[in-house]
Structures are given as structure tokens and as C-alpha cells.
Design a protein. Structure first.
Length: 50
């Protein structure tokens, strides 16, 4: 998925009903997310499967 304006790891986890919450998204994408509090429009993430 691609980050859009206003997104956060928390909001993405809720929107996509990710088991494990924002932490699961962060763990699955730690190679592209330096700081879980700073994600950028246009970044591409893989959503973990639950």
C-alpha cells in the first residue's frame, strides 16, 4: 500500500484491521521505516497478513 496524506501507522492498522496493530506494520517494514512516528506520503509498505 502507498501512504497518503494524513496516514499514520496507527490509522493504517485500524483502517486495514491489522492484527498486532501499528507495531505489526512497523515490524513488517522495518527496512523502509526508520522512525515509526515519521512516515511520508508516497512511501510503499507491505501490510502483514493476519
Amino acid at each position: 500500500m502507498v501512504v497518503e496524506a494524513g496516514d499514520s501507522l496507527f490509522s493504517l492498522a485500524n483502517k486495514h484491521r491489522i492484527e498486532g496493530g501499528w507495531e505489526a506494520i512497523y515490524e513488517a517494514n522495518s527496512s523502509v521505516i526508520e522512525d515509526p512516528n515519521l512516515i511520508y506520503v508516497g512511501q510503499e509498505f507491505t501490510l502483514p497478513r493476519g
